[in-house]
Design a protein around this ligand. Structure first.
Ligand code: UGA
Length: 429
């Protein structure tokens, strides 16, 4: 199949590279000339395990090309995927569809009948209808519009793409279904289930999936608070409930609140859709509030652990990205925590294995350490914010002996209380 991918952000680039790896001919289009030049030279704009090798290999085979010129990029495509950003609009949380509609207007000038336009970006219910309306307004006929949301996790995106739990395709005509079935055929051979739905249903399914996962996380975070109060272990509670197949073990890790480019934005956008249609979504609304409060409360936990204000204290922070295996800082729980620590007069020394460059754009008032031990050195408390693998087997004796206050605040429950205490640390999970 001949595919055009508009937008080479995280979703577009991973999807484009994986489609090319299936053997399709893929052209990725982006208006950012620097990004395209970099990709042509094999430089990745994001840090995602396995992506660089995949892009290089498929570029070398000529299956994956990059251009800033949309007309030539989409010229012969049978399917044009739109994977541009849909950030939350400042002020009201609505998904900002400017980039999507701009791309559609550009596309309208060159698209040929028979092409299928597919939204891969996360877009609110009704966006496919609006795209259809714009195409019609621009005089385009004979083009199908479909929705094919992505369910990739950053840091595991390539594996998620190649071994999906399911593929959701929302289409209103058989031609679009045929083209998408053909595009995903390599995955059906691996028995990945494909679910064909109406277009609006597919659009909503994406939001419902992310909102449900956000609810699950906030639920276990509240249970974690209760565990702390009654001296129970939330890890064991999560395991105890997760072994029930109806509940499932995943997304029950208590932590400092969910972050990233998806859950915070998508839950807000779902609420906006619900409001627009006059349907209250109390559970999701509450989840958003619980998560905001949780992120804001982490600084109090550090103070409780130290037993005093952080004023004048030195705090080591391990992990800045919103989760491991990414350099993405968007809505990372580290941001409100570090900002509050600094506001309350603490000196922060932080280390992240890959997010330093991104983090330097966010924080200008902290020190960046070159490794976990340097972040801990001389600290009154060490706070694990992101559970990178390399923080899971630290030499706790070495950490403890280099610290001032010897307090370990483990916001991801990576360590066992006993092993931390044996190393002479006061442990707060
Ligand atoms: C999420 C979804 O998992 C993907 O399926 C979806 O495609 C993607 O959003 C998207 O909409 O593009 P992602 O944001 O990359 O993926 O990361 P997750 O692994 O889902 O983690 C999100 C946040 O939840 C992180 O801050 C993570 O630390 C937190 N989390 C996750 C927990 O606190 N506890 C958990 O048990 C799981």
């Amino acid at each position: 199949m001949r595919i055009a991918m508009i937008g080479t952000g995280y979703v577009g680039l991973v999807s484009g590279a994986c489609f090319a790896d299936f053997g399709h001919q893929v052209c990725c289009v982006d208006m950012d000339a620097g990004k395209i030049e970099g990709l042509q030279a094999g430089r990745m704009p994001i840090w995602e395990p396995g992506l660089e090798a995949l892009v290089k290999a498929n570029s070398e085979h000529g299956r994956l090309t990059f251009t800033t010129d949309l007309p030539s990029g989409v010229a012969n495509a049978q399917a044009v995927f739109i994977a541009v950003g849909t950030p939350a609009r400042r002020g009201d949380g609505h998904a900002d569809l400017t980039f999507v509609f701009d791309a559609v207007r550009e596309l309208a000038k060159v698209i040929k009948p028979g092409t299928v336009v597919v939204t891969k970006s996360t877009v609110p219910v009704g966006t496919g209808d609006e795209i259809e309306r714009i195409l019609k307004e621009e005089g385009v006929t004979g083009v199908s519009v479909a929705s094919n949301p992505e369910f990739l996790r950053e840091g595991a995106a390539i594996a998620d793409f190649k071994h999906p739990d399911r593929i959701v395709v929302g289409a209103e005509d058989e031609h679009a279904r045929e083209i998408l079935r053909e595009i995903y055929r390599p995955l059906f051979l691996n028995r990945a289930p494909i679910l064909f739905t109406g277009r609006r249903t597919a659009e909503l399914t994406k939001y419902a999936a992310n909102a449900f996962l956000a609810v699950k996380i906030s639920f276990i975070n509240e249970i974690a608070d209760l565990c702390e109060a009654v001296d129970a272990d939330v890890q064991d509670v999560a395991r105890g409930i997760g072994l029930d197949n109806r509940i499932g073990p995943k997304f029950l890790h208590a932590g400092p609140g969910y972050g990233g480019s998806c859950f915070p934005k998508d839950t807000l956008a779902l609420l906006q859709t619900a409001e627009k249609f006059g349907v209250d979504q109390r559970i999701v609304r509450t989840t958003v509030g619980v998560n905001d409060d949780r992120k804001a409360a982490m600084v109090d936990r550090v103070e409780r652990a130290i037993g005093s204000s952080v004023q004048g204290k030195r705090i080591g922070v391990l992990g800045l990205a919103f989760k491991p295996n990414t350099d993405d800082m968007r809505d990372a729980p580290s941001i409100p925590l570090i900002n509050s620590l600094v506001e309350r007069g603490a000196k922060v020394s932080a280390f992240d294995p890959v997010a330093r460059e991104q983090a330097e754009k966010v924080f200008n008032n902290i020190e960046f350490a070159h490794d976990a031990y340097a972040a801990a050195s001389g600290a009154d408390a060490l706070v694990i914010v992101t559970e990178w693998d390399e923080f899971r087997a630290l030499d706790l004796d070495k950490i403890a002996s280099s610290m001032g206050g010897k307090v370990l605040v483990d916001l991801r429950n990576v360590y066992d209380r006993q092993e931390a205490e044996e190393a002479g640390l006061t442990y707060f999970g």
